[in-house]
Design a protein around this ligand. Structure first.
Ligand code: ADP
Ligand code: MG
Length: 645
């Protein structure tokens, strides 16, 4: 069926869902529909201008590029017209009848999240959600009971105009437009609902445009009067721009309702000419999830938009930056396809990286609180800067860590501060990966470091160990996991804490202990690579260790996950010869080397070490073994206390 027949067509199912929500459950901030329609009009004008700059001829090339809004109080209609790119009949059906699937899914998910975050009485705020996911147009149905979109394409074989029409309930029609249709571009006419007649008031529409669309780069005229007056802010000299203007521009650019954390505004002439206005948001983004592709800077040349969210202008680790870059040195007719290989862009990127790092260094130096905020919000992506070989030293200096020497989980240290605190002779950044501070503190590998008062970086995110690995060195110091520390690694550092040393073993007992270790290996068979005496433990009876110089257990786990390998790695069991449990096991062993309970205890000790290492392969068997031990212990207790039946 041709889309130009007057037969109603069904909206795609996703559109119906989105429409249903927009019309039924979003009541706050309905005014954002205007922002969406104006921004679509502005996009259409941008696209037209871009193609004209590339040498294409539109129909009526001399028509001014502008957006006209008009109000008809009697008919209760609001009309938004642009002289932009326009749409053919097929494009009307395609663009206003479907949504890119990911867009609608993300929209619905975000909406659900916003709903959950609010109390039931206040409906979710539309402003932050609409417009990000290719559903902006449909927001007009929050205020309109009927909408007509008349559009005439600026390019193409046929520049016939068509009308798309719908009440937003489930169907729409597309048919040829009347002869008096606009000469070029798109005109959207909305018949307002009875509860939305506020948008028939001139001042209401005007203030909404001033609030949400102040930075649209084309004239917006309301009943003939120009309402947007803001210049291209990034081209203005820094001293002439007020904080309010920066904030307004940032909010218009990002739809963020919070002011930015920091602003970077600069202009350079060598090696390339460009101006940049960049912001560090005061809100977190999820570049590993929903915001995966939602980054990059808007690229202009001589105030003409070339591309939204260009990702060649900044490396991924600066993805948190939002803003605009405008260069005189790019040709106006540049194609988006060739941007990637463009040498000018590469140079711009280098300058931006240096400026951004310089700005962060200044922040870290002058405003610790603000830098901490930056780190909390954006540290997760910024860390990925360890990839940037040329900037590795600078990125490393900007990293922050929670450590064993800090008073709480919120406190942060730089690598330089760690170095200052380290004792004479230390040349290694020691770290341990753990899900949280408490787990890090209880890690048996930490005991030796605690005893010697050597500070350890505590890594709470899986990526952190890759960062340590990737950095390799900082200022000549190595990075090393406490788990892979050799016995000798810390010999040079004396114990700080006086730990109550157990009585030394007699020569005889020492050799019996060696035999006990052999017996334990026999019991555990090839589940362990060996059993040996540990020098790293104070309070724990045993710990599993990787071969010296191997990788840490959390890194090993990550690799196993990636390789879909669920086997338990075979490690060496190290036991604490001074621990009361081991001393008693020695007594049992000396009395009877084949004792059954000794075997149970060895097994349980191994189970517990495996658990601490993060592996729980066979919980049923483990529970069975521990119950067996309890049964034996209870029987002895009854006997020892001479309790009656
Ligand atoms: P988005 O703007 O995120 O793509 P919208 O729902 O706002 O999503 O618009 C959907 C599509 O409809 C746009 O991508 C564009 O192709 C088309 N469109 C909307 N308004 C106009 C307009 N005024 N002129 C030309 N095309 C438009
Ligand atoms: Mg839009």
């Amino acid at each position: 069926m041709s889309p130009t027949e007057k037969t109603p067509r069904q909206f795609q199912a996703e559109v119906c869902k989105v429409l249903h929500i927009l019309t039924n459950s979003l009541y706050t901030n309905r005014e954002v529909f205007l922002r969406e329609l104006v921004s679509n009009a502005s996009d259409a004008l941008d696209k037209l201008r871009y193609r004209m700059n590339r040498g294409e001829q539109p129909c009526l090339p001399d028509l001014p590029l502008e957006i006209r809004i008009s109000i008809d109080k009697d008919a209760k209609t609001l009309t938004i017209a642009d002289t932009g790119l326009g749409m053919s009949a097929d494009e009307l059906a395609e663009n206003l009848g479907t949504i890119a699937k990911s867009g609608s899914e993300q929209f619905l998910a975000d909406l659900a999240a916003a709903k959950n975050a609010q109390d039931e009485n206040s409906p979710p705020d539309a402003a932050n959600i609409i417009g990000r996911f290719g559903v902006g147009f449909y927001s007009v149905f929050m205020v309109a009971k009927k909408v007509e979109v008349t559009s005439r394409p600026a390019f193409g074989e046929s520049t016939d105009a068509h009308v798309w029409s719908s009440d937003g309930l489930g169907t729409y029609t597309v048919e040829p437009a009347a002869a008096d249709a606009p000469e070029r571009g798109t005109t959207i006419k909305a018949w307002l609902k009875d509860d939305a007649t506020e948008f028939l008031e001139n001042f209401r529409v005007e203030s909404t445009i001033r609030k949400h669309s102040a930075f649209v780069p084309f004239p917006v005229l309301l009943d003939g009067q120009k309402v947007n007056t803001q210049p291209a802010l990034w081209r203005e000299p820094k001293f002439s721009v007020t904080e309010e203007q920066y904030e307004g521009f940032y909010k218009a650019l990002t739809y963020d309702s919070k002011a930015p954390l920091d602003v970077l505004h600069f202009s350079v002439d060598v090696p390339v000419q460009f101006s940049a206005l960049l912001f560090i948001p005061d809100t977190a983004q999820d570049f590993f999830g929903a915001d995966r592709d939602f980054w990059g800077l808007d690229l202009y040349t001589r105030r003409v938009l070339i591309q939204n969210r260009n990702q060649d202008l900044i490396p991924e680790y600066l993805a948190f930056l939002k803003g605009v870059v405008d260069s005189e040195d790019l040709p106006l007719n540049i194609s988006r396809e060739t941007l990637q290989e463009n040498a000018v862009l590469r140079k711009i990127r280098q300058v931006i990286v240096k400026q951004a790092l310089g700005n962060l260094e200044k922040l870290a130096r002058d405003d610790e609180e603000k830098y901490r905020r930056f780190w909390t919000l954006h540290g997760k992506v910024f860390k990925l800067g360890y990839h940037d070989f040329a900037q590795r030293e600078r990125v490393s200096a900007l990293l922050r860590f929670n450590t064993s020497a800090l008073p709480d989980a919120e406190a942060l240290s730089s690598l330089d501060q760690y170095m200052e605190r380290a004792p004479e002779g230390q040349k290694t950044f020691w770290y341990v990966a753990a899900p949280n501070r408490e787990a890090a503190r209880l890690n048996p590998h930490m005991e030796r470091f605690a005893r010697k008062g050597i500070e350890v970086l505590w890594l709470y995110e899986p990526v952190d160990e890759f960062v340590m690995d990737g950095l390799g060195k900082y200022k000549d110091w190595d990075f090393m996991s406490v788990e892979t520390a050799t016995d000798q690694a810390l010999d040079a550092f004396a114990d700080k804490e006086e730990h109550k040393a157990a009585a030394p073993l007699s020569e005889d007992d020492a050799s019996s202990f060696d035999a006990l270790l052999e017996r334990m290996k026999e019991i555990l068979e090839d589940r362990v690579a060996g059993v040996r005496v540990s020098h790293r433990l104070t309070d724990s009876p045993a710990v599993l260790v990787s071969p010296d110089g191997g990788i840490s257990s959390s890194m090993e786990k990550l690799i196993k996950v990636m390789q879909k390998d669920d086997s338990v790695p075979v490690k060496t069991l190290e036991v604490n010869r001074d621990h009361p449990l081991l001393r008693n096991m020695l007594r049992i062993f000396k009395a009877d080397s084949g004792d059954r309970t000794l075997a149970h205890m060895t097994q349980a000790l191994f189970d517990a070490s495996l658990l601490q290492d993060g592996y729980l392969k066979d919980p049923q068997a483990l529970a069975g073994r521990s119950n067996k031990l309890l049964e034996e212990a209870a029987a002895w207790y009854v006997e020892v206390r001479k309790l009656s039946a």
